[in-house]
Design a protein around this ligand. Sequence first.
Ligand code: HEM
Length: 639
Amino acid sequence: MRHNYVCDTITPHAVFQHSPVIHQLPSKPRFGLRLNAKRLLLVRMPAIHGPTGRKLFSATTQKRENPDQLTVQKNIIGNMDLITILLSVVVILFLANVYKNQRKPIHTNLPPGPKPLPIIGNLHMLDMKHPYKTFMEMSKEYGTVLTIHFGMAKVIILCGYDTVKDALLNHGEEFSNRPKLAIFSKSTKDNGVIFSNGESWKAMRRFTLSTLRDYGMGKKAIEDKISEEAEFLVQAMKSYGGKPFDNLTILNAAVANIIISILLGQRFNYDHPTILRLMGLINENIQLMGSRVVRMYNIIPTLLDLLPGPHHKIFENMRHMQNFIKETFTKQKKTLDVNDQRNLIDAYLVKQQERGRNTGRQIGIHVPQATAYCQVVSSGNDEDGGDGDDDNDEVTDVIWVPDRAEEETEGEAAQPQGGRHQERGKSESSQYFHNDNLIALVNDLFVAGMETTTTTMRWAILLMMKYPEIQKKVQKEIDSIIGTTPPQAEHRKKMPYTDAVIHEIQRFGDIVPDGAPHETIQDVTFRGYFIPKGTAVFPLLYSVLKDEAYFKKPFDFYPEHFLDAEGNFKKNEAFIPFSIGKRSCAGETLAKMELFLFFTSLMQNFTFQALPGAEIDLEPAEAGTHGPKPYQLCAIPRS
Ligand code: HEM
């Protein structure tokens, strides 16, 4: 019985499940190595070879009936012994190696953390639904810089504003990479802006910041677009006549239309199939990202690739998004006018053309040269056959991939904190403006620009329903400062209470509690600890936005966090929902403008109420971002 159990634990899957038992085994070598190798495999055969293995095993134990059968069985057993020994040796060596590596003090001065188990590390200790809560608990024991083992990989967790600021600002460059996350790497091949690194990231980030500025952020044009969209949103909410509804779809569509106008230069009605399709794909993926299986996928992708699960749906949805983007820019290319750029995709295509001109070649035309090579990009097939991506099959493009000698030297990527304007006029790495980067970049901006702001707006309405007296104070300020005219960005400075409420919504909602993962670009000595190059680092935004040293009532909704005694708006340096440093949110200015204009437009026109008798639940849903659970609301028109 005991042998059975120990041997079962030696299949990779079972080791994962039962490893605490491995630790409890008494004496001598661990992992049941003292077992007879043959017996080990006999018990393991069913797990490795399935039904055949099971039959072989029974052949050794049942009564033999005739000599022929005996001979066959002897051969089988002879072969099996060989396999038994080989496999046992492999398994034993593998486990011994894992054990040795985990015990070996490779770096003696790593930040402290809980003791890991073989293979699974500290995974068994984590609340997989809210890992940030476990990290906060652990930091009470181990300090604000701690090491957690995600399986066999070490991850550094940074807790509290002082530590996060120290890492992302004072050691900004050293912590500025992103780790490869299997769930994204597989579909984007590390292109785009959110999960890319090195020169390609710098080129994409610089382009994103300057183009968002030209087509969106800080410009009157985008302010007008948001105001216009806010009016559509108000009308859509009015259409419910005060009756209960779930605001997710229309809020999502309103926010989506802003990023769509920047990316594609158009808006869609809220029931248009295209916008519904895009939102459906993105929302489903965000939802699935929060699942435990997907979190596990980033730790053991090779194993999970073999198993069914939500990760396959994520890949399928990403393929549909990519096909949509390919189809869109292929069509746009046909009507591109360099002197009349309509949107971000046009600006990107112009960069591609510049590249062609600079090198005496044109994008899309293969000009063989000794020092460069071409890459043919084909969209592949529309795998679902029914999502309207039929044109994609014809999309074939030829892009230039220069040799290293052609690469231009880049400066630092633009920094949002005070450094945004420095990137203008710098030489550009136009070799990175290839189609794969365009697809991944547009996808990144769709997802980042749509989901985050919608989720914050959903918190905003839920919190106003929960705290009607705060809602009334906001409305009073709107009535006195804005009146009935459409809200404008410049009103904000005169509205300290509303400004404080919006800040508190973001602080309390805390929609990216784990922070986006970073990675050390080189060996780092940080706060007395050694963190090797290539280590994943989580700046825990939850621990910052709930930092008791900076916020008096960290777990309450308390707009006074951002107000002084006279009721003036008061900045709080630990308010960093967009993070800080080199990888901080590229859409921060746009998001702030959207939040202010959408929020004030809604508060100007409606009083939000929960359904009579309904409990307002402020516990976040389990998803990729920290949003409220689905809820119904009544938007009572103010007249
Ligand atoms: C309320 C709204 C938003 C919040 C709370 C938010 C928050 C964040 C956070 C926490 C990060 C990770 C920073 C880090 O790694 O340290 C991030 C990255 C990013 N965000 Fe946002 N974001 C919002 C809206 C937007 C919008 C509207 C856009 C674009 C239009 C956008 C584009 C990006 C991009 C491109 C990155 C990756 C930057 C990089 O890796 O260089 N975000 N955002």
